[in-house]
Design a protein around this ligand. Structure first.
Ligand code: HEM
Length: 342
C-alpha cells in the first residue's frame, strides 16, 4: 500500500486536472448509474476458487456503470472509457469488489508513471488540426482524432499521445483510449479488471488470473455517423431493464509462467485458458441512486477470502487512493477485512 500522503496526492492531481469542480463526487468516473442484480457462479467456478460468490449459490450484486471522464458535464456520446464497478454482497457483510473498464490494458505501470502521465497529459486548449497535420500524424501511426466535440474546448488526448510517444509501455492503453468510441448501452460493452489477482482452489492451488465481463447481448458501439447525444445511457438502461434483464458473463483468464503478473500495461497471450466463472443478471436500476450508486465506495482491494491482490503497484496504490477519494467526497465508510487493508 502507498503511504497516505501519496494516496492523497494521487487524488489531488486528478482533481487539479478536472475541467470543472465536481463537489462531493468522484473526481473520475464522475457520472454513473447504480443498478441491482444477482450473480450465480458456473459449475466449474468453485473448482478454481473458494471465494463465497463462486460456490454456486446466488449472491446479490450492486453495480455502478460510469463514464470515465471526470467532471460534472454529461457527454454520453463522446469517445470515452466506461466503468463497471461490482460489489458481490457476501454473508459476512463485507463483500468483494471487482472494478473494470472498457480498456483492456492500463497506460501506466506504477505510481511514478502516474504522476508523470498526469503532468504531461494535462488538459490543454484544443487546437484544430490542419489536414496536412492530420496526414502527418497518420503517417507516423498516431491515433486519428475526430474534430472536437461540439462543447469541447480542451483536448483530452493530446498530452496522452505525447506521453505515449515517449513511453512504449503506454502505447497500447493510450491507443485503445483514442479509438474506444461510445457504446449504444452500458449493457453492450466488455469490461476488464486489468490487474492480476491470485485465486485459491479447494485443493490449495493458487493461480494468477485476470477477470473480464462479457455482455451476453453482444458488444455494440454507436456509429461515427450517428447524431451525437449527450444523455442517453441512463435512459437506455432503465428502458432495457424494464423489458428484460441484462446479463454479463464473468470470464477468468489463467496466466502462465512468463506472463506479466505485476504490470497492467502488458497483455497476456490470447491463447491462455479462459474459464466462464458465472453470470451476472441485472434486473433494475436502483431506486435510491444516492445510496446505491453515488455514496457506495468500491475498492479493487476489497476481496473475499480466496482472492488475493497481486504485487501490481497500481493495484496496491488504488487501495489508499480510493479510500482518500471516498473520505474527500463523504462516501459510505466500509468495514475492511484485516487482510484487505494491508
Ligand atoms: C494509479 C492509478 C489509478 C488512480 C490514481 C485511480 C483513481 C481513482 C479514483 C480517485 C476514483 C474515485 C474513487 C471514489 O471516489 O470512490 C476512481 C474510480 C474508478 N476507477 Fe480508478 N484509478 C486508477 C486506476 C484505475 C484502473 C487501472 C482502473 C481499471 C480497472 C480504474 C477504474 C476505475 C473505475 C471504473 C472507477 C469508478 C468506480 C465507481 O463507480 O465507484 N482505475 N479511480
Amino acid at each position: 500500500m502507498v503511504d497516505p500522503s501519496t494516496a492523497k496526492r494521487l487524488v489531488r492531481v486528478i482533481i487539479d486536472n478536472l475541467p470543472k469542480p465536481v463537489g462531493a463526487r468522484r473526481p473520475v468516473h464522475t457520472l454513473g448509474i447504480g443498478v441491482k442484480g444477482e450473480f450465480v457462479a458456473s459449475d466449474v467456478a468453485r473448482t478454481y476458487c473458494i471465494a463465497e460468490h463462486f460456490n454456486g449459490k446466488p449472491v446479490d450484486a450492486s453495480v455502478r456503470f460510469s463514464n470515465g471522464l471526470g467532471g460534472p458535464d454529461r457527454h454520453d456520446g463522446w469517445s470515452d472509457v466506461r466503468g463497471m464497478a461490482v460489489r458481490f454482497h457476501l454473508s459476512d457483510g463485507l463483500g468483494s469488489d471487482l472494478i473494470a473498464t472498457t480498456l483492456g490494458e492500463f497506460f501506466v505501470r506504477n505510481v511514478d508513471d502516474f504522476f508523470e502521465f498526469s503532468e504531461i497529459a494535462k488538459l490543454a486548449p484544443y487546437q484544430r488540426e490542419s489536414w496536412w497535420r492530420k496526414l502527418g500524424d497518420l503517417l507516423q501511426l498516431k491515433v486519428p482524432r475526430r474534430n472536437p466535440y461540439p462543447s469541447e474546448t480542451r483536448s483530452v488526448d493530446a498530452g496522452a499521445l505525447q506521453y505515449a510517444d515517449m513511453h512504449r509501455f503506454a502505447q497500447l492503453g493510450v491507443f485503445q483510449v483514442g479509438l474506444i468510441g461510445a457504446p449504444v448501452s452500458y449493457a453492450r460493452a466488455p469490461y476488464h479488471a486489468v490487474h492480476t489477482f491470485w485465486v485459491t482452489a479447494p485443493d490449495g492451488v493458487r493461480r494468477p488470473v485476470r477477470f473480464s465481463w462479457q455482455p451476453v447481448a453482444g458488444v455494440c458501439n454507436t456509429a461515427p455517423t450517428d447524431e451525437l447525444r449527450d444523455d442517453y445511457l441512463r435512459a437506455e438502461l432503465k428502458d432495457r431493464l424494464r423489458r428484460w434483464p441484462a446479463r454479463f458473463m464473468l470470464m477468468m483468464m489463467i496466466g502462465e509462467a512468463g506472463d506479466a503478473f505485476d504490470d497492467c500495461t502488458k497483455p497476456w497471450p490470447g491463447t491462455r485458458t479462459r474459464i466462464a466463472m458465472g453470470t451476472l443478471t441485472l434486473t433494475k436500476v436502483a431506486d435510491d441512486q444516492e445510496k446505491d450508486g453515488e455514496r457506495i465506495s468500491f475498492n479493487p482491494n476489497r476481496l473475499a477470502p480466496g482472492i488475493d491482490p497481486s504485487e501490481d503497484p497500481i493495484l496496491k496504490a488504488r487501495l489508499g487512493a480510493y479510500e482518500a477519494s471516498r473520505e474527500m467526497r463523504g462516501g459510505c465508510p466500509f468495514k475492511w477485512r484485516p487482510d484487505n487493508a494491508k
